[in-house]
Design a protein around this ligand. Sequence first.
Ligand code: XIL
Length: 300
Amino acid sequence: AATLGAAAAGGNRYFGTAAASGRLGDSTYATVLDREFTMITPENEMKWDTVEPARGSFNFGPGDSIVNHAAAHGQRMRGHTLVWHSQLPGWVGSIGDAATLRGVLDNHITQEMSHYKGKIYAWDVVNEAFADDGSGRHRPSVFQNLLGDGFIEQAFRTARNVDPAAKLCYNDYSIEDWSAAKTQGVYSMVKDFKSRGVPIDCVGFQSHFGSGGAPASFRTTLANFAALGVDVQLTELDIAQAAPAAYAGAVQACLDVARCTGITVWGIRDSDSWRTGENPLLFDNNGNKKAAYTSVLNAL
Ligand code: XIL
């Protein structure tokens, strides 16, 4: 196949990218986006600070522009993200009681998912809820502090009620290494959700890697999560300096697991990346294919 999207489709997978609404008018950017990618994650446009900057006041314009672009070019959408401690407006963090926060959380999920109902293949319902400290426990946040561990379950149950056709995912970083406490914490949660019938369909592995690429156990991690009965995806792949072998290894880990249904890179050109100066993507600043692009295409 001649493009990432077509090559991935040969194995019934998608190949996606994060996209920014403000760049859709850049013709170099849009040309590569529409030629190569079959799934789009809005880089920032569906986050709480953009969507509900003040309580009860919703702004779907930036997200809509990406959804409309995707519809016009036959691309599917990953919704990112409904509940996250970061890019959260100050008014949510200032809520002081559980009942108010529970209602606000429920309303946010309901309004956002209703607006995009039927247009989103999968939602990152909860993003980055686990701590980095090796405890395997949840990270402190206004949600965790006021509602306790149950906020994640509440979010998934609400999400399922609003749009039963959308796949519901938990998404996080540094959960690629099977031996990491954070990985084990997320694994235990998914196992518990599955055993109790809490609705969860997929787990996203962000896959923001250093120059060495994925940990050796990544394939094992993906396979072990998939064995719980969820789909798995690489959702925000980027690799410092974009070593071709490191990219091929990360892609191969997904291809080796039947329930790894797709791969998304976190931006198109190096100049679009949030990792300034690390050149972690598949296209250079001019939109030309890098060596890592060819390596990924060949691996697919
Ligand atoms: C990043 C965006 O790329 C930046 O533009 C923004 O300033 C900060 O967020 N994990 C996630 C993504 O789930 O939403 C983050 O995206 C990168 C880390």
